[in-house]
Design a protein around this ligand. Structure first.
Ligand SMILES: O=C(O)c1ccccc1N[C@@H]1O[C@H](COP(=O)(O)O)[C@@H](O)[C@H]1O
Length: 218
């Protein structure tokens, strides 16, 4: 099944909905962003989720933040993982005490040469759009030609401009391990419960389609 990450959660209600609908990860943005949460807001959300029997992994999103600060926030806010969406290198990653999602921004014409394996254990790779010079959350697609020929089935998440309408095409064409969305499940800059439902449902229906096709070819 394709893992689903819903990013840019700022309140308990959408966090609870994502949890009920079986999202695999939710993201709390600590980087400079209109979706930025304070440590207090984050704690409120994580403490709520930790009280639930089943919950998504909680991911904190950072951009070029000192490692000591990332470690302190991960600890105080009970983060399961940290997403590094800036220019953090491998040495930096080795100083992070929580499992990592390392984002690579894809700009026009960039061809991913290979999926570079970080030696840091249990790293998830994320390909996101580098549109408008932003570190993420642009709501813009990157040219999926950059994904051609890559094996995305092992700990690779694709993000950038996904929506309930276009995620099926991505999953059918590239079979990524996971997908990630923020802007595409918002209306007027707020998380929209219907769009969250539609996104998760689109991914699950596509998974079922792929499974059906697999059974036919056996
Ligand atoms: O969401 C943000 O504001 C953000 C800020 C800084 C770094 C990353 C950010 N979000 C990440 O962007 C992608 C995709 O977002 P979108 O669907 O294109 O809006 C996702 O990985 C978020 O984690």
């Amino acid at each position: 099944m394709t893992r689903i990450k819903i990013c840019g959660i700022t309140d308990i209600e959408p966090a609870s909905l994502c949890s009920q609908l079986g999202a695999d990860f939710i993201g709390l943005v600590f980087a400079k962003s209109r979706r930025r949460v304070t440590e207090d807001q984050a704690k409120e959300i994580t403490e709520y989720l930790l009280s639930q029997r089943r919950r998504p992994e909680i991911v904190g999103v950072f951009v070029n933040t000192p490692a000591s600060e990332v470690n302190q926030i991960a600890d105080s806010c009970h983060l399961d993982r940290v997403q590094l969406s800036g220019d953090e290198d491998e040495d930096y990653c080795r100083n992070i005490k929580t499992p990592i999602i390392k984002a690579t921004r894809i700009v026009q014409g960039f061809k991913i040469p290979e999926i570079k394996t970080l030696t840091v254990a249990d790293t998830i790779h994320l390909f996101d759009s580098g549109a408008h010079g932003l570190f993420g959350g642009s709501g813009k697609l990157f040219d999926w030609a950059a994904l051609e020929g890559l094996d995305l089935s092992n700990q690779v998440i694709v993000a950038g401009g996904l929506t309930p309408e276009n995620v099926e095409e991505l999953v059918l064409r590239y079979h990524p391990w996971g997908v990630d969305v923020s802007s595409g499940v918002e209306t007027n800059h707020r998380k929209d419960p219907k769009k969250i439902r539609d996104f998760i449902s689109a991914v699950r229906k596509t998974d079922a389609k792929l499974k059906g096709a697999e059974n036919v070819t056996r």
